[in-house]
Design a binder for this molecule. Structure first.
Ligand code: ZN
Length: 345
């Protein structure tokens, strides 16, 4: 019982503390654990809204006015949480901050490079959601609620939005927690991310149609960047070279944008710390990969089966097996990934 009382008080105190920072706070529904139907069965989790089919357990506003009920008034907040002590704590976005909501439980490695390199680099406030995701708090952009282009399973919460904040409870039973709390200065939203939040329609910057929008190219790009970002020590330089080779050949084939590849590789190499620990080698590897890859234009596979990846290389082993670029760098036999001092294997 003491624990429950603690949590009741904790939610109210958190709500008041957020409001004290000028953040509009709103009460949200919360998960309710029902007694299991049979002994040994898992206790079903429901939403305090009472709708057995609720698809947003513990995440939607408790007040009828929804988001409009968000307030910084301590009196109002105390009133709400005295009535609904277990209410989850929602924070209005677009005022004191915007939030990049990353559903990392489902997001594959393809997104990790992005969050690690672009966002965590700013080391702003960061919350772990109870659902195994991440909330990156960033300086307000004036934008609304959006989905960054090309980044599945990420959502932008800006004006007119809200997020579930610590110490709220998730339907999983886990509690939202701060990795770095709001005392941490808010970083600006990184430019590449802001680019992806802008409407895609007119692109005066580049008259060339096509390259950056090839879904095949984007898919290969994200997968390779994820490989680079997560490559273990001893394989980082080699992985970077293979990625560069593949991606620059797609640039040469018109399926990817050169700037995007350059930037992505650099950021991914930073994420693996290779670019930080061995900057000279990283630049050398990238330059070589660009030179060799650019001389070997590649297109999208016709149907099944990739085309030959390198002019002098073997055919790829199977459809979609972009990872399987030959280990021996056939396109440039003299290359040895010796840049990394650590031992292979
Ligand atoms: Zn509900």
């Amino acid at each position: 019982m003491a624990r429950v009382l603690d949590q009741e008080e904790e939610n109210l105190q958190a709500a008041l503390a957020y409001a004290g920072r000028g953040i509009p706070v709103l009460p949200l529904h919360h998960p309710v654990v029902r007694p299991p139907v049979a002994t040994g069965a898992r206790a079903p989790v429901a939403c305090s809204c009472g709708n057995p089919a609720c698809r947003s357990i513990g995440k939607h506003p408790l007040a009828e006015r929804g988001l409009e009920a968000a307030t910084t008034d301590p009196g109002r907040l105390t009133w709400w949480w005295r009535r609904f002590p277990l209410a989850n704590v929602g924070l209005g976005t677009g005022v004191a901050f915007d939030v990049l909501d990353v559903d990392s439980s489902q997001a594959a490695n393809s997104l990790r490079w992005f969050t690690v390199a672009y966002v965590a680099k700013g080391r702003g406030p960061l919350a772990r959601t109870g659902g195994d995701g991440w909330h990156f708090y960033l300086a307000p952009t004036g934008l609304g609620n959006l989905h960054p282009r090309g980044l599945g399973r990420m959502a932008w919460r800006g004006r007119g939005g809200y997020v579930v904040a610590p110490p709220s409870r998730h339907a999983s039973g886990a509690v939202y927690t701060w990795v770095r709390d709001l005392d941490t200065p808010l970083p600006e939203a990184p430019l590449p991310l802001r680019d992806r939040l802008r409407p895609a329609a007119p692109l005066p910057r580049r008259a060339r149609p096509g390259p950056a929008v090839s879904p095949y190219g984007q898919d290969v790009l994200e997968r390779w960047l994820a490989e680079v970002a997560s490559a273990p020590r001893g394989e980082r330089n080699c992985t970077l070279y293979r990625a560069g080779l593949r991606l620059y050949s797609l640039v040469a084939g018109g399926l990817l944008d050169r700037e995007q590849v350059e930037e992505g590789l650099m950021v991914a190499a930073e994420a693996s710390r290779l670019a930080l620990e061995e900057p000279a080698q990283t630049r050398k590897t990238l330059a070589l990969a660009e030179r060799v890859g650019s001389a070997l234009p590649a297109g999208a596979p016709r149907q099944r089966g990739e085309p030959v990846l390198h002019a002098a290389g073997r055919a790829s082993r199977a459809a979609g097996e972009d990872w399987a670029v030959s280990e021996r760098h056939p396109a440039h036999p003299s290359f040895t990934p010796a840049g990394e001092r650590e031992r292979h294997g």
